[in-house]
Design a protein around this ligand. Structure first.
Ligand code: NAP
Length: 255
């Protein structure tokens, strides 16, 4: 019970990594406020968890500032404090620098970067009295480039470096808030499986071959691999880490 008595907020908790992180935190004793634009998805996350009574389901669009205020104010009103925030909600948009539209670019930044910016601000506001841990989901694609995901690369690179700035600010202010980023490689979630399914066949086959052969550990990761990394960053086991980037990619970026 490494999170007994802790209150966590996880965005994008209706699917994939957000669902796995919610389940892992509940297993370790936390109460999790689980939010998503997909209310049915997040309700299923609660139903499938070890203890549904410790998952509070809320609808939240991370691109809307007023919704951040109402969710974090609600956590304080209901529980008195927020200990852990996981800025997980994200979208992927497959388009090269030549094919990307301004609309696709802006939508990607709105969810993946503006959402994490507003979440980090809102988290600091309610955590600065008692301290806490903020965990931002970047990607290996925030460290290395991919020809077919220009907007996604930019958004995840932004999350990576904004996390360091925010972490340093919280150290300067003595807030007791640690802020770190997680950089998953290819993990079997609806995001990756749907993106593969939408690709033209020639690109999909190339990507599947690449995934099979180019991941040194030989296979895609499971959502629980990322949930375990988030658990580590949420606990005092990582007490000396802030502004760090935790890569969980089966060795992909070690090459
Ligand atoms: P996923 O299965 O698609 O889950 C993402 C969830 O976020 C979905 O429930 C989605 O709802 C929700 N969402 C989308 N826009 C939102 C918004 N504006 N406000 C609130 N919720 C929103 O994706 P995932 O694979 O679990 O990815 C989770 C995070 O990890 C993302 O930030 C992603 O970039 C990052 N990541 C994933 C991988 C991977 O291999 N899976 C690798 C690196 C990084 P809808 O389904 O209704 O859109």
């Amino acid at each position: 019970m490494r999170l007994k008595g802790k209150v966590a907020l996880v965005t994008g908790a209706g699917s994939g990594l957000g669902r796995a992180i919610t389940h892992r935190f509940v297993e370790e004793g936390a109460v999790v406020v689980a939010t998503d634009v997909d209310v049915d998805g997040v309700q299923n996350t609660a139903n499938l968890s070890q203890d549904p009574s410790r998952v509070i389901v809320k609808r939240q669009d991370v691109t809307v500032e007023s919704e951040w205020m109402s969710v974090t104010d609600g956590v304080i009103a209901d529980f008195g404090a927020l200990d852990i925030l996981v800025n997980n909600a994200g979208i992927v948009h497959t388009a090269s620098i030549e094919d990307e539209t301004l609309e696709g670019w802006r939508r990607t930044q709105a969810v993946n970067l503006d959402g994490v910016f507003m979440g980090t601000q809102a988290g600091i506001k309610v955590m600065k009295q008692n301290g806490g841990s903020i965990i931002n989901l970047s990607s290996i694609e925030g460290i290395i480039g991919e020809a077919s995901t220009a907007a996604y690369n930019a958004s995840k690179g932004g999350v990576r470096i904004m996390t360091k700035s925010a972490a340093l600010w919280c150290c300067q202010q003595n807030y007791g808030i640690r802020i770190n980023s997680i950089h998953p490689g290819f993990i079997e979630t609806p995001m990756v499986l749907n993106a593969l399914a939408l690709m033209p066949e020639v690109d999909r086959l190339a990507m599947e071959a690449k995934l099979g052969m180019a991941i040194p550990m030989g296979q895609m990761g499971e959502p629980r691999d990322i949930a375990n990394a988030a658990l580590f960053l949420a606990t005092e086991e990582s007490r000396y880490m802030t502004g760090s980037e935790l890569v969980v990619d089966g060795g992909y970026t070690a090459q």
